[in-house]
Design a protein around this ligand. Structure first.
Ligand code: CP
Length: 300
């Protein structure tokens, strides 16, 4: 059974295969509009979402599938009565052909997949992983930069709880001569296990303390929101805010990415800058998620 649980299940070949399929879909949506006519996709979100839930729902609908969905499964599914994720999946497997899940637990998607009844797609699991976001991020980098080998990427914001960051750096580490720079408040530094993982793959993680320490010709600046819902206490606001003046310190070829939603970390005065590509990035999620649904349901 095919599941999408972690970036760790990908290699360069499977990424290329996914990107090629996403491109084909993007260039000929009509050809794919009945591929999943006989399928039902369950969309179970135990945490808030705009992009991931609605792009998965749109992806399913554009492929001809039907959806059963709960936008607030934490409150309105039987999880509120104490039902386990495994029992929920066993029941949903009687109704649907695949299930997309977002949950506050790092192990939620793996637990759901352990039932082995229907394909599970991890749409964000606690502070652990958000692989489908990272896949669309890599697809966006490939489209914007033309290649991934040799890219210099700065990761900013919440490197501790940011699941998109955790999934993204695992995928970046598959490529040659990638450089990764980290810029965050002390409270939100990248955990050592990820620094060690990068080192094992031959990537020296460069921790920075200011924008001045990032290369001017950096290819990608990837900012993220402080994930305030994941911790108690007050660690203050983001210090490293990208506005026009900051962005103009970097090359005209630098691209500015963000998984969204943003709070204050990217000022709206850069939204019209050609380097800002976070809305295009979010749009790319549709093609990647259509491709993923086709792959897990063996209709690619
Ligand atoms: N990037 C992302 O996961 O956004 P949502 O929380 O809106 O799904």
């Amino acid at each position: 059974m095919k599941h999408i649980l972690s970036s760790e299940q990908y290699n360069r070949e499977s990424l290329e295969e996914l990107f090629t399929l996403a491109d084909k879909i993007r260039n000929n949506m009509k050809e794919y509009s009945h591929k999943l006519d006989d399928k039902i996709i369950a969309i179970m979100f135990y945490e808030p979402s705009t992009r991931t839930r609605l792009s998965f729902e749109t992806a399913a609908l554009k492929l001809g599938a039907k959806i059963i969905t709960t936008e607030n499964a934490r409150e309105f599914s039987s999880a509120a009565k104490g039902e386990t994720i495994q029992d929920t999946v066993k029941v949903i497997a009687g109704y649907a052909d695949a299930m997309v899940i977002r949950h506050s637990s790092d192990t939620s998607a793996v637990e759901a997949a352990s039932v082995e009844k229907i394909p599970i797609l991890n749409a964000g699991a606690g502070k652990g992983e958000h692989p489908t976001q990272a896949l669309l991020d890599m697809y966006t980098i490939k489209h914007k930069k033309g290649k991934i080998d040799g890219v210099k990427v700065a990761i900013l914001g919440d490197l501790l709880y940011g699941r998109t960051i955790h999934s993204l750096i695992k995928l970046l580490s598959l490529y040659d001569n990638v450089e990764i720079y980290g810029l965050s408040k002390e409270a939100f530094m990248l955990p050592q296990e990820y620094i060690d993982m990068l080192k094992e793959k031959g990537i020296e993680y460069k921790k920075c303390n200011s924008f001045d320490e990032l290369p001017k010709d950096i290819d990608v600046i990837y900012h993220t929101r402080i994930q305030a819902e994941r911790f108690e206490g007050d660690f203050g606001k983001e210090e490293f805010i990208i506005n026009k003046e900051v962005l103009d310190r970097f090359s005209e070829h630098t691209i500015l990415m963000h998984p969204l939603p943003r709070v204050i970390e990217i000022s709206t005065d850069v939204d019209d800058d050609p380097r800002a590509c976070y809305f295009e990035q979010a749009h790319n999620g549709l093609y990647i998620r259509m491709a993923l649904l086709l792959q897990v349901l063996d209709r690619a």
